[in-house]
Design a binder for this molecule. Sequence first.
Ligand code: ATP
Ligand code: MG
Length: 150
Amino acid sequence: MTALVVDDITVSYGRLTALRGVTLTVDEGEILFVTGPNGAGKSTLLNAIAGVVPPGSGSIMIDGARITGAAPEDIARRGFSLVPEGRNVFGALTIEENLKVGTGMRADRKTIAGDLDRVYQEFPMLAERRHSPAGMLSGGQQQCWSLAAR
Ligand SMILES: Nc1ncnc2c1ncn2[C@@H]1O[C@H](COP(=O)(O)OP(=O)(O)OP(=O)(O)O)[C@@H](O)[C@H]1O
Ligand SMILES: [Mg+2]
């Protein structure tokens, strides 16, 4: 089944057109790499799919449902989420609080604790410091958090 369809989308920032006529499909289980030079529009593409920037034209569908122009939280509920590049932790929150931020909208509340345990097994350093402010982690450790937040 086609999980994601991006059909002929255009995204502009004011007078600058960052994406023009971008079309792609991703099937269930497929991994798609999008590559290109700085400023080519990769982040804009992902932000458009996530609802962070609205496409000016074209359409986007996730699992057959048209999500063009939908709010980011509604798109996230359909299973599309961005792993931020760089650190992007909430520095004043603890590591555990950062990990829990993304669980707020999950309907399967009972499986959250198990998922946290799995993350802590994979990244023991995060477990040791789960009650410390995330802003006190080193740069590389903060990037581990980004991976864990997936
Ligand atoms: N918030 C914004 N406001 C105005 N212009 C923007 C904004 N974000 C990106 N752009 C412009 O849109 C174009 C595409 O940028 P984008 O960030 O999508 O590129 P990218 O492929 O992700 O680049 P990189 O490899 O450097 O991350 C660039 O010309 C950039 O200057
Ligand atoms: Mg980018």
